[in-house]
Design a protein around this ligand. Structure first.
Ligand SMILES: [Zn+2]
Length: 387
């Protein structure tokens, strides 16, 4: 088979992209405090031909700035616009970041995170636009959907004003697989909050009235199926909160966890199981349980013959990268965007050990992210012109 080459990807400047990534990684903007990176984008995006709009999502969680939606006209207005999304926040501060490059891999000096999650995507997107412009290839309109407060649980995307987005189809580079990883399926997820109630009493004054909520909860947890429930369902209890004084028999305790599954039915079955075993344990000993289920996000399942997938397979080939289709039980903005009518797939960019001081990304993956972004834009035009 003849190897096709993306003309736009050939214009990705490796040195310029690496410098840009290091510059962006040093901008300190942890979750809810994204104003420095927003300021940077307010300056740079108009220079690349984008018009910018911020929404008011941050007012729901006391953040500094809203989600940024930026739009750039293409050379051909008959092509449907394509969006690229990522989050502007990093999980921890990157203040004082000192990058270290060793054997083609970029690390921090071990005292901060690197912030490759997801500044590497942001840098690659900006470089790809420069490459598109430099190459002169025809293309449709490009939109950037840049969310805030993603790391604590997709919060910015949840409160996004979706009426500001002009495109309906797009990509998020935000996964640890090498460039070529294409994630078509993501899980449903819900939290379960169980308020287990016994009866509070003082051990020396009225112990006979006491009914320890801890003991009730312990029995419920012992009977609960947790961990890998089957090959597509996970369950976990992650929070236990309660107690006042060592002399008080605890009257209540909060036990909370979450379930993830590719199947909505299995998700609901598991949540029901957790509720029932906890209720049985409490009621057997005269206690009770108040249960609240909180939806985190819905699942998505993009068919293999979808235009976004076809476009990815072709674009990857055009930069000589081997694409592979996969699924994840991790949650991402992808879940929330799909739920809100923006059909999105997640792509890998090869960052490693994210959320830790050992975080790193290979220069090869960083450059390939820029190239694949450019090739996706170029191929999107080809696919729509030929159809
Ligand atoms: Zn991320």
């Amino acid at each position: 088979m003849k190897t096709q080459v993306s003309k736009a990807a050939e214009h990705v400047n490796a040195e310029r992209l690496q410098e840009l990534f290091l510059e962006l990684a040093k901008i300190n903007a942890p979750s809810g405090k994204e104003s420095l990176v927003a300021e940077y984008l307010k300056k740079v995006l108009p220079e690349l031909g984008f018009t910018l709009e911020f929404d008011e999502a941050h007012k729901n969680f006391n953040g500094e700035v809203g989600n940024l939606i930026a739009y750039r006209e293409g050379t051909d207005s008959s092509i449907p616009p394509l969006f690229f999304s990522t989050h502007m926040d990093t999980v921890l501060p990157t203040e004082g970041l000192k990058p270290v490059i060793k054997d083609g891999v970029i690390y921090s000096d071990g005292t901060t995170i690197l912030g490759a999650d997801d500044r590497a995507a942001l840098a690659a997107y900006l470089e790809a636009i420069r490459a598109i412009i430099d190459s002169g290839v025809p293309h449709g309109a490009i939109e950037f959907i840049l969310t805030v407060n993603e790391q604590p649980g997709l919060v910015g995307a949840t409160y996004m004003d979706y009426s500001k987005a002009k495109s309906k189809l797009g990509y998020i580079f935000d996964s640890s697989g090498d460039v070529g990883q294409t994630i078509l399926k993501g899980p449903y997820s819900s939290r379960i909050w169980m308020e287990v109630k016994g009866n509070a009493a003082h051990i020396a004054l009225n112990a006979e009235e006491g009914n320890s909520a801890f003991i009730l909860a312990a029995e419920g947890l012992t009977n609960m199926k947790l961990g890998a429930i089957d090959e597509e369902t996970l369950a976990n209890i992650g929070i236990i909160k309660g107690g006042e004084l060592t002399s008080i028999i605890p009257g209540s305790v909060t036990v909370a966890g979450e379930v993830r599954s590719f199947s909505k039915e299995k998700l609901d079955t598991q949540l029901k199981h957790m509720e029932e075993v906890m209720k049985q344990a409490a009621e057997k000993k005269g206690g009770k349980v108040d249960v609240r289920i909180e939806k985190k996000y819905l699942g998505f399942d993009i068919p293999e013959d979808h235009i976004l997938v076809k476009n990815t397979l072709e674009a990857a080939q055009n930069i000589n990268v081997k694409p592979y289709l996969t699924e994840t039980l991790g949650g991402a903005d992808t879940n929330v965007l799909n739920e809100n009518g923006l059909t999105t797939i997640t792509l890998g960019l090869g960052f490693q050990n994210i959320h830790s001081f050992r975080e790193c990304i290979s220069i090869e993956n960083l450059i390939n992210t820029g190239k694949l972004t450019a090739a996706l834009i170029e191929q999107w035009y080809v696919n729509h012109k030929n159809s």
